[in-house]
Design a protein around this ligand. Structure first.
Ligand SMILES: Cc1cc2nc3c(=O)[nH]c(=O)nc-3n(C[C@H](O)[C@H](O)[C@H](O)COP(=O)(O)OP(=O)(O)OC[C@H]3O[C@@H](n4cnc5c(N)ncnc54)[C@H](O)[C@@H]3O)c2cc1C
Length: 286
């Protein structure tokens, strides 16, 4: 779906309840966790869904709002009053124009990262398919993400262990970032997944760029290959659900790693189609 086709009919006003940088100062990216408070009791977001943020104009090409999507990064707390809280995680995005070499500031990400507590924001949605948790608590869940793609999994893992409980299937999280400092919610200063390491069924694995000064590569394929037996057994099991989130580049790495495990790209594509057909493969790529 194109962003221009987004249905903006469900909108509400949100107030910034908190904004906090969650990457250490020395990390190359500024990523902020922003907690928005909304009045509208109908704005009920689930893990895997995203909200639209409408940045008021004027904008260069004349549209009233610049709209961008952000994944929800937490499950909604039990509602205690008329307010509801939505957590998003935003990377301040700046781009270099290939032609002029000039740097452009991403409109929505800079707008969000510059907000202060008490500021108002117009939001829309929610959008997208929630990451559904299977009814069967013995099902295996394989989650793979890069960068801010960790946001929906933070909500998802919390939901599995806090709300659902007694999960007996394997829950495996593979997460990639350029450096240890860029690992969101899993860095030296803050590790939210720490809460689940005692759970027998939960394990998390990190994939980093082996050459941190190179921009282009996070060794997710190598990390998956280091756990080849378990990953492939999970992918072949009848009760494994796969969830992918983050940059589209992740699919290239996954195809490479899984084709190797399957024995050929054709065999992997066959298995992937079976997982998709069985409703056991969900992607959130952007
Ligand atoms: C389903 C979904 C979920 C997402 N979840 C998250 C999330 O959880 N966290 C997150 O950080 N992001 C997320 N994103 C990405 C997010 O929606 C935005 O795309 C991102 O923040 C950049 O938006 P922006 O408005 O800051 O940049 P934009 O202003 O849209 O800039 C983006 C592009 O425009 C070009 N550009 C910008 N200005 C100029 C200019 N003046 N002249 C020429 N070219 C220009 C840039 O080169 C770049 O290609 C998600 C996206 C989707 C689709």
């Amino acid at each position: 779906m194109h962003i221009e086709d987004l249905d903006l009919s469900t909108q509400c006003d949100a107030v910034v309840a908190a904004t906090q940088r969650i990457t250490p100062e020395k990390a190359r990216d500024e990523v902020r966790e922003i907690i928005l408070e909304v009045d509208n009791a109908h704005c009920d977001c689930k893990a895997g869904q995203s909200i639209g943020v409408l940045v008021p104009g004027p904008h260069e090409i004349g549209h009233d709002y610049h709209v961008r999507l952000y994944s929800v990064a937490d499950i909604p707390a039990p509602q205690t009053g008329p307010k509801r809280r939505i957590t998003i995680v935003v990377r301040r995005s700046n781009y270099i124009d290939d032609y002029s070499g000039e740097e452009y500031k991403g409109v929505a990400s800079n707008y969000l990262c510059d907000l202060h507590e008490g500021d108002h924001v117009r939001i829309s949605g929610p959008y997208g398919i929630p990451f559904e948790i299977p009814d069967d608590r013995s099902a295996n869940l394989l989650m793979i993400s890069l960068g801010t793609g960790i946001a929906p999994f933070r909500a998802f893992v919390k939901h599995i262990y806090h709300d659902v409980g007694n999960w007996t299937g394997k829950v495996r999280l593979f997460y990639g970032a350029h450096t240890g400092l860029d690992m969101l919610y899993m860095n030296q200063e803050r590790d939210d997944f720490n809460l689940y390491y005692d759970e027998e069924t939960f394990k998390a694995f990190q994939a980093l760029n082996p050459r941190p000064h190179w921009d282009d590569y996070i060794a997710m394929d190598q990390t998956l290959e280091a756990h080849e037996q378990e990953v492939w057994d999970m992918l072949c099991a009848h009760n494994t659900y796969v969830y992918i989130a983050g940059l589209p580049a992740i699919n290239v790495m996954l195809d490479k790693a899984f084709s190797k495990m399957a024995g050929s790209p054709e065999k992997w594509q066959r298995r992937r189609k079976e997982l998709i057909a069985g409703g056991r493969w969900t992607e959130l790529l952007y």
